[in-house]
Design a protein around this ligand. Structure first.
Ligand code: SAM
Length: 279
């Protein structure tokens, strides 16, 4: 019998994957967690029925959420990652030579343990207890509420704005992120699909823009995510992503990311530019 798993991306649209095997299925204090082995995407982490990451295309999201903001900042020494329980983001962050410490605050310890067991190629920095990595299990919202002027770069590698991730898309959270950053700090958040989450993208952009002197959106093509096009929002106190020197040696190519992408990912199609400009 064929087994399929469908993520309902909107009320009328789903992405269905043929499954070879269910490797893990359980309920944590925060969410329903599964790891399935699929024909097209390989092993995949699923939280509350939403596809989070797959071994097939994870490099795109993780390289783009880590290296783009890190390379906008000239000296990203202290970094905070909120969420990112699969470990792919911190695997990339520790590669940056300027980074000395990355605090990672993930709310769900079960996501971390399951990722270490079933997705070792993604969670390698957590498995190896990388010396730059300081992993804490806790609420990222509370962590930024209690932090002041500490980080050069904050990366919000969150799930959708439902369940434990809901508070990560609010103006109050962005205010706390602003305070947790150093005077020249910047932050990035994954902000979903420009095709299917336009109200959320506009609201996040406007909220960030009210606090930070520089707000920019950038894009990456990610087959697993709704519409295949994903966006990220940067709020920066000082450094403009459009002025990054892409010839600097710290800009190392990955499997998707390279110096050209660092620049071109900020070029927006007209419908997205218009979306951000609307009052
Ligand atoms: N790449 C993924 C995507 O966009 O679908 C997201 C990756 S990661 C698995 C998202 C993580 O954020 C989850 O493990 C979830 O537990 C965590 N998370 C949600 N709310 C959180 C919060 N308030 N504090 C810290 N982590 C949180």
């Amino acid at each position: 019998m064929e087994l399929w798993m469908t993520e309902f991306q909107t009320q009328n649209l789903g992405l269905a994957c043929r499954i070879k095997e269910t490797l893990f299925s359980g309920q944590s204090d925060f969410q329903e967690i599964s790891v399935v082995d699929t024909v097209e995407f390989g092993r995949m982490l699923v939280l509350d029925g939403v596809f989070q990451t797959s071994v097939f295309d994870e490099y795109i999201y993780h390289e783009m959420i880590a290296h783009v903001p890190l390379n906008v900042h000239p000296r990203p020494v202290n970094v905070l990652v909120i969420g990112g329980g699969d470990g792919g983001c911190v695997r990339e962050v520790v590669k940056n030579p300027a980074v000395q410490q990355v605090d990672m605050v993930e709310i769900d310890g079960v996501v971390v343990e399951v990722s270490k067991k079933y997705l070792p190629e993604i969670s390698s920095a957590m498995i190896d207890k990388h010396p730059k990595l300081n992993l804490r299990i806790g609420d990222g919202i509370k962590h930024v509420q209690e932090t002041e002027g500490q980080y050069d770069v904050i990366i919000v590698d969150c799930s959708d704005p439902i369940g434990p991730g809901e508070g990560l898309f609010t103006a109050a959270f962005y205010r706390d992120v602003y305070t947790a950053l150093k005077p020249d700090g910047l932050f990035v958040q994954q902000t979903e699909s420009p095709f299917y989450h336009q109200p959320l993208i506009r609201k996040s952009y406007q909220d960030v823009n009210q606090l930070f002197p520089i707000t920019r959106l950038y894009l990456a093509n990610i087959p697993l995510y709704p519409g295949g096009l994903h966006c990220f929002t940067i709020g920066s106190k000082k450094y403009d992503p459009l002025k990054t020197d892409v010839t600097k040696p710290s800009i190392q190519s990955g499997k998707y990311y390279n110096p050209g992408i660092q620049r071109s990912c900020f070029i927006l199609p007209e419908f997205i530019r218009e979306l951000l400009q609307k009052d």
